[in-house]
Design a protein around this ligand. Structure first.
Ligand code: HEM
Length: 330
């Protein structure tokens, strides 16, 4: 029986996966434009804003590496010299007007400004795993959500589709459910989710994940207290915190072992994996967002290599497409 339905081609935007002769869905690459179109359907188009994590707050920062990662990578910011950085905190919503309380996951994107003028990015969120394993499942889940909301897909069909992805989404949904409203952008643990490889001077590659640990500890609010806060309480709180004492984060590097998946953003590694403290990021002061700033997680310096995680690699073109639209005033 075909898995295609009238809903797949309802607006001609996305035809749904073609079927292979053995009846299983064939893989195809969902182009970046389609992904950004679909993100725009979540809450409409907000000219000039990012198509996800629309509202954010930028700070100037400084990163002092501990030197402990230096034996494993030639990346300049992970040696011993202090480097400058730009950090952008954000709420995950596509709607820049949504209250902080209502967008559960928060983002922390860091761009290290390297001594040779290059840049290297690390993008984290407050949940340790993503809800989709591939761009294809990301697209199917997002389309299903949008079409159900707009009444173009019956709930039963939507449930059938979500059920197909429940195995891969489960951990992420549980993590989202457990999230409490943060007391501050500076009191969250941020996970960079994807696997990267550290590359040393001899070209040896070691799989790693990155995490930012807040020096002030994780602090949350009760729903009751958060509901009494202004819609943009996280920006206001960070502004006043920056005036008092610069908040800081430790960068943890977690080393994978034989058998740990390197291409699946829906899976965590066992908690006993070796971790090193690679350095400390200190937030210094708020800054206006630099023109054309893009926090592309595939933009990394020599000494760090991308894994073959399909979601990580798909993000490059979607972020560029979002930048193109928002900087064109759309
Ligand atoms: C299919 C997967 C994904 C798609 C299509 C997607 C799409 C996007 C888009 C279009 C933007 C706006 C980019 C810009 O205009 O500069 C964005 C921002 C962001 N995304 Fe994703 N994303 C995906 C996966 C993830 C994952 C796995 C994470 C977890 C680390 C993540 C965290 C963020 C954050 C923190 C931002 C804000 C970056 C900033 O402050 O500039 N995204 N995403």
């Amino acid at each position: 029986m075909s898995s295609k339905s009238e809903f797949d081609s309802a607006d001609g935007v996305f035809g749904g996966p073609p079927e292979s002769p053995d009846g299983r869905e064939a893989l195809y690459a969902a182009p970046a434009e389609e992904a950004v179109d679909e993100l725009e359907r979540v809450s409409g188009t907000h000219p000039g804003y990012r198509r996800a994590h629309a509202r954010g707050f930028c700070c100037r920062a400084s990163f002092l590496p501990s030197g402990k990662a230096a034996p494993f990578t030639t990346a300049p910011h992970l040696q011993e010299q202090e480097v400058k950085a730009i950090v952008r905190f954000s709420g995950s919503s596509t709607d820049p007007a949504l209250a902080d309380l209502l967008s559960p996951a928060k983002g922390m994107a860091v761009q290290f400004l390297l001594p040779d003028g290059g840049r290297s990015s690390l993008v984290g969120v407050t949940v340790p795993v993503f809800f989709a394993r591939t761009p294809e499942s990301f697209m199917e889940m997002l389309m299903t959500l949008n079409r159900t909301k707009s009444g173009r897909m019956p709930k039963a069909e939507a449930l059938r589709r979500f059920a197909r992805h429940f195995g891969e989404s489960r951990q992420s949904l549980l993590a989202l459910k457990r999230l409490k409203p943060p007391a501050s952008y500076a009191t969250n643990l941020y996970y960079c989710i994807h696997v990267y490889f550290l590359v040393d001077e001899e070209g040896r590659r070691r799989p790693v994940k990155f995490e930012w640990i807040p020096d002030s500890g994780v602090q949350t609010l009760s729903i009751h207290d958060a509901a009494a806060m202004p819609d943009d309480y996280l920006e206001r709180e960070l502004e006043s915190r920056l005036r008092e004492q610069p908040p800081s984060f430790k960068l943890n590097i977690v080393f994978g072992e034989e058998g740990d998946p390197t291409d699946d953003p829906t899976k965590r590694w066992p908690s006993d994996r070796r971790r090193i403290d690679a350095g400390r990021l200190v937030l210094l002061e708020p800054v206006a967002e630099p023109h054309g700033l893009i926090m592309d997680p595939t933009s990394v310096t020599d000494g760090i290599a991308l894994s073959d995680d399909p979601i990580l690699n798909f993000r490059r073109d979607t972020y560029a497409e979002s930048l193109k639209r928002r900087s064109g005033g759309h």
